[in-house]
Design a protein around this ligand. Sequence first.
Ligand SMILES: Cc1cc2nc3c(=O)[nH]c(=O)nc-3n(C[C@H](O)[C@H](O)[C@H](O)COP(=O)(O)OP(=O)(O)OC[C@H]3O[C@@H](n4cnc5c(N)ncnc54)[C@H](O)[C@@H]3O)c2cc1C
Length: 416
Amino acid sequence: MSNLDLIIVGAGMAGLCAARTAVELGLNVLVLEKGIQAGGTTGLSDGIFNSCDPARQFPIDVHDSPEKHFLDILEYGHGKGHPELIKKYTYGATEALNWLEHIGFKFERSVTQEPGTLYPRSHKPIYGNGESYINFLLSHLNSLSCTISYGSNVVGFKKDDSQPLSVVFERGKNTIELTPRFGVILCAGGFCASNRLVSTNFNLLSGSEYLGSPLCDGGVLTSAMDIGAESVHMSYFELSVGDSAIEQLLLNPAEFILVNAEGRRFCREDLEFSSLCEAVLRQSGHCASILYFGSGNDSANRPQKIEDRFSNALAQYRKACEIKSDEAFGKNPFYLKKVGYVTKTAVLAPKIMASLGGLNVNEFANVLDRNRQPIKGLFAAGEIVGGIFGEACSFGDNLASAAVFARVAVREALKI
Ligand SMILES: Cc1cc2nc3c(=O)[nH]c(=O)nc-3n(C[C@H](O)[C@H](O)[C@H](O)COP(=O)(O)OP(=O)(O)OC[C@H]3O[C@@H](n4cnc5c(N)ncnc54)[C@H](O)[C@@H]3O)c2cc1C
């Protein structure tokens, strides 16, 4: 056995928060990172971090609480998220936020309200986006002499119930096996870079663009499953429009309709975002055209000439608005406002932002086997974990929950 206390797999938000927490506790830690640098999807993210925060919310008269955050997540995920995991996250988020600030990370002074949340509780780093967590945590880890081994691809685990768990990884031409004293924390991100895993679990997303790190391909997840870990919610994904200008067009369902390549409407446009995306993915080419009637922020909007194939759909929708009844799809009459001319057209092709499924864990970040028993010495945090959010996840909950469960995992590994 080596003199290593803990191995952490992956150097994104979860991995670096776990590493920093572990070195604060005086542990001898090795981080194995497949890439030539740290960051993963965290480094590409917008950096939004959700948490109740009385210090920022109270002065602006926002009366939020971990319980309200819990209920928001449960509802947004259609009741499918595991309540004990959501509770652990929402009741731990403020501690994680305070910890980051305590060690010197800087968030903006105000909070914002992201889609899917009922209260302004989203925090943004002052300097940059997701990469700012990585740069900050890395600089502190370097000065604390934590070892990060880049170009180290974890390919398997060795489990023998009488021995601590071992990690097998490839580095250059070498295959190395290490056995840490307290365990292994899996922080290798989601699996969306694997089109095979994505399409097996949700075939409508086959070939869809993934906005995160190409290194997050689910290899560690499947290796954990090879030693008996259970996966959960593998068909749930967080989707995105991938373009803020297009996102703006979709804000008010009264101001747009969606039409498919055949020129037909195919759903009510007041569906919530994940259902709207699913309806679009069911159309040929997995995309749809947006016909937008609003003026948005652009006072110079002019009538757009639309393609002939869309004329019928537009005429039928105008009629539905006149009689305040969308018989074809049942859009709420509240949104059936008088339609002027089309001011913009754009193509909506949903993209993948995150996987919401992954390893089944308990509230102590223990990875569970198929009998729902903890696998000794194996923990997980971040996007590799499934089951927290259910069918949908609000913007800003992934990073915060990665930080919370990373810290939980380290304490659980030490049983403190
Ligand atoms: C464009 C975009 C914007 C987003 N914005 C936000 C946001 O503002 N707020 C929010 O909460 N969420 C956001 N998300 C989601 C969020 O970024 C991720 O869920 C989160 O960063 C995951 O963190 P993580 O630490 O689990 O994984 P990652 O940050 O992806 O880190 C995983 C690491 O593991 C490494 N790894 C993978 N396989 C192996 C292996 N076999 N061996 C060794 N290492 C391995 C990877 O190289 C990577 O460095 C966004 C996602 C995208 C795509």
